[in-house]
Design a protein around this ligand. Structure first.
Ligand SMILES: *[C@@H]1O[C@H](CO)[C@@H](O)[C@H](O)[C@H]1NC(C)=O
Ligand SMILES: *[C@@H]1O[C@H](CO)[C@@H](O)[C@H](O)[C@H]1NC(C)=O
Length: 377
């Protein structure tokens, strides 16, 4: 049995249902609109967030991340016609009787063309080239030993080359930075095998971070240069046509100290020597190399959609100077983000590029302004 007053509430309830349906009648058009918004608008919104969610977080970076401590930028003086004694003096250093020995050590992936340009740029100043390659990318993908297969191409460096290989560990689902640091530790060993000694100069940089020859020459001829010095490089993307900024800083030069110097690719000091070379990211000849690099890259989570690897899309993105991963610029102020939105404008200056690149412009045409079309396959 229901308590007596329940039926009263039921009556009241059905009355309110009646008035509700009248209300619905009155608001039918409004209702439809709400329905439309829910059925179409919400999925579109969700899809937009799915596609552009990363952009939203990048755009809001100035709120959630503070910029790193600024570098102390050292002015850099150079002209080919100025004597070394004067160049050293301009930097507040003294010139040496004999230059230091220079070791250039790199972890190699597959950048044969860039390596060729790098080694020719540095060749007059380098005592020993050190190169290590693995059959694994940082992301644990098997790769060929491209340098070994093409070693005859680098005959000019052979007498000064210490070459080593290291087997990948192929640990599934591991953070790529672990394999990367494993390879860098192995490179440390190889540098010792190459015969480095205290106060020799050691260049630590990726293959595509190319110090200019005159910078290395200055550092080997001058006393009193900082023990550790980062190099500010001009940041190019895809080729020397797209100059992004001059804010590449990871490359560094060390006066070697046994037991202290460790091969690293992160920030190690505040000193940064201005205008010291070129950093050409994703500067590949073939579309396939782009696909490989996108997959082998440490930030493999950036390939959010399969179509990012579509060759026609990649070719289009290269010619536009746009972003392969469809991301916003990684900057720390809204002003800088907005200033860098959209594709990188073309530069028409090919002045002060690596000499070997200009001397062999037939072979390396794709790296020069106005030649964005790449070999397919
Ligand atoms: C500068 O270079 C020119 C041309 O090579 C040469 O004739 C001149 O002697 C140089 N001047 C100095 C100060 O080295
Ligand atoms: C990678 O190289 C190591 C050492 O040379 C070798 O033992 C291993 O089988 C290689 N792995 C693959 C997948 O090629």
């Amino acid at each position: 049995m229901l308590p007596a007053d329940t039926s009263y509430y039921l009556q009241l309830g059905s009355k309110s249902v009646l008035s509700m349906s009248r209300l619905k009648c009155a608001l039918r058009t409004f209702d439809l609109r709400v329905l439309l918004i829910l059925l179409i608008g919400v999925p579109i919104l969700l899809f937009a967030i799915y596609v552009h969610g990363q952009k939203v977080t990048y755009f809001l970076r100035p709120i959630w991340e503070k910029p790193p401590k600024p570098f102390k930028v050292l002015p850099h003086y150079y002209h080919e016609n100025v004597s070394m004694a004067n160049l050293c003096k301009l930097h507040g250093w003294r010139v040496r009787e004999t230059p230091r020995r220079v070791f250039d050590a790199v972890l190699f992936s597959n950048e044969l063309d860039i390596l060729d340009i790098r080694w020719h740029e540095l060749s007059p100043y380098v005592s020993e080239f050190v190169l290590l390659e693995s059959n694994s990318t940082f992301t644990g993908i098997r790769k060929d030993l491209h340098f070994r297969e093409n070693r005859q191409r680098f005959g000019f460096a052979e007498s000064r080359l210490t070459y080593g290989t290291i087997g990948g560990r192929f640990v599934k689902g591991e953070n790529p930075f672990v394999e990367e640091s494993y390879q860098r530790v192995a490179l440390d060993q190889l540098i010792k095998i190459a015969g480095i000694a205290d106060d020799d100069l050691l260049i630590m940089s990726d293959v595509d971070e190319i110090p200019s020859g005159h910078t290395v020459n200055l550092l080997r001829w001058c006393d009193d240069v900082p023990e550790v010095l980062h190099l500010q490089l001009r940041n190019y993307l895809y080729s020397f046509e797209f100059l992004l900024d001059d804010r590449s800083w990871r490359a560094s030069v060390h006066r070697y100290r046994a037991g202290r110097t460790r091969y690293a690719h992160f920030r190690q000091t505040d000193d940064l020597l201005a205008d010291s070379g070129w950093h050409c990211s994703f500067c590949f000849r073939r579309i396939d190399d782009f696909v490989f690099k996108m997959k082998a890259y440490s930030h493999v989570d950036r390939i959010r959609f399969g179509y990012f690897l579509n060759p026609r899309r990649i070719q289009h993105v290269i010619c536009e100077g746009a972003d392969l991963f469809d991301m916003l610029p990684e900057e720390y102020t809204f002003q800088e983000i907005i200033a860098k939105l959209g594709p990188i404008p073309s530069t028409f200056s090919a002045v002060h590029l690596p000499a070997y690149l200009l001397e062999h412009n037939e072979r390396y045409r794709y790296l020069l302004p106005g030649n964005c079309v790449r070999e397919s396959g």
